[in-house]
Design a protein around this ligand. Structure first.
Ligand SMILES: [Zn+2]
Length: 360
């Protein structure tokens, strides 16, 4: 079935159902291709409707749009996407108290060292020998902290790393923090994307290694994100099949958290988790010097497979309108990163884990 057939079927169902079709969003699409080169290719065919961080909504210039363009678009879905920024006036005000001593343990130098180590592997593309070396190094770091470390492999040589510490409350759930450690495969690169999120995940594991958690803490360093969210998709399906997906209380994804000039962190999830995004916005205000921007309409990273299974999941990512100029390029090195900013996002997500764990 080609794109035209799929599209016409979807359009028929969209327009024949008056309850679903909003007058203002008829014929809208979300752009789901981030790379500037691809964006240039589709520009002649699309008309800007609204761009708010990573949520970019467009309409088509002509009904005669070539089918390949639809590879980079998906039909506006009000169940997932919101074409306006949710009001930030209604942030939750009563957040449980957490011990600030844990947040004070976060060290910028640790993030720098981990990013340096990961970028010292020549090529971290999923399945390469150096990707496997990076995987073993991550596993050994988490093991040395006292976590129970396992792996989840979607092919014989391509595995994600899982580190876990059981919670004291036997009826508690699981709080999962994730970040992908594979890269697009440029030599000695992939610092911001996504050694940064990997380093932040490992740092949160480190500061919480002796924290008396009630819920189970799980750190998930995913592999194969860059070639189709393969590691996160595989693991989320494993959990769904065993019925353990329902144990997940909260999933936090960190992807590209190290390049910034305006102090804004983007909080991305689907419209059904609007209140989760506001909860994160309140935490951003309380525990960091950053400003937050909420975008609803998740795409393009490891939060998506969990959201597809209706797990409360949120992506923290650098402000997309000012994202790294070295995105997916060989110049994505530690030197271009803003480690103060990466430290603030690490604080935000560590505070989220602690607050969730302290919540009834
Ligand atoms: Zn990435």
């Amino acid at each position: 079935m080609n794109h035209w057939i799929v599209l016409s079927c979807l359009l028929v169902s969209l327009f024949s159902s008056p309850s679903r079709a909003l007058a203002t969003t008829d014929g809208l699409y979300q752009v789901t291709e981030p790379h500037p080169e691809e964006v240039r290719k589709i520009l002649p065919f699309i008309q800007n409707y609204r761009q708010e961080g990573r949520l970019w909504l467009v309409s088509l210039k002509s009904p005669k749009t070539p089918s390949w363009v639809f590879h980079f678009l998906r039909i506006y879905d009000p169940k997932k996407m919101l074409h306006y920024t949710p009001q930030l006036k209604t942030l939750p005000t009563h957040l449980p108290t957490i011990d600030p001593a844990y947040l004070a343990m976060i060290k910028t130098t640790h993030l720098q060292n981990t990013v340096g180590k990961l970028a010292s592997y020549k090529n971290r593309a999923a399945g390469t020998p150096e990707n496997q070396s990076a995987q073993k190094w991550i596993a050994s770091e988490l093991q040395a902290m006292g976590y129970e470390v396992t792996q989840d492999c979607y092919s014989p040589n391509t595995c994600s790393v899982i580190a876990e510490k059981k919670g004291s409350n036997t009826t508690g759930g699981v709080i999962l923090v994730e970040g992908h450690f594979d890269s697009v495969g440029k030599d000695y690169a992939g610092a911001d994307d996504n050694a940064s999120g990997t380093a932040s995940t490992i740092e949160i594991a480190r500061i919480l290694k002796n924290y008396p958690n009630q819920n189970t803490l799980r750190f998930f360093l995913t592999n194969g994100e860059e070639i189709g969210l393969l590691g996160a998709t595989h693991y989320s399906k494993v959990l769904a099949q065993s019925g353990h997906i329902k144990d997940l209380k909260l999933v936090i994804n960190m992807d590209m958290v190290g390049y910034n000039s305006n102090g804004i962190v983007e909080l991305e999830t689907n419209a059904e988790y609007d209140s989760l995004a506001k909860w994160f916005a309140a935490l951003t205000e309380k525990y960091t010097s950053l400003k937050s921007k909420i975008t609803l309409g998740a795409w393009g990273s490891d939060h998506v497979p969990f959201l597809d299974l209706h797990v409360p999941t949120l992506l923290t990512i650098e402000d997309w309108s000012t994202k790294s100029r070295c995105y997916h390029l060989e110049c994505d090195k530690a030197e271009t990163m803003n480690f103060t900013y990466a430290t603030e996002i690490t604080r935000l997500n560590a505070a989220a884990v602690l607050t969730e764990d302290a919540s009834p």
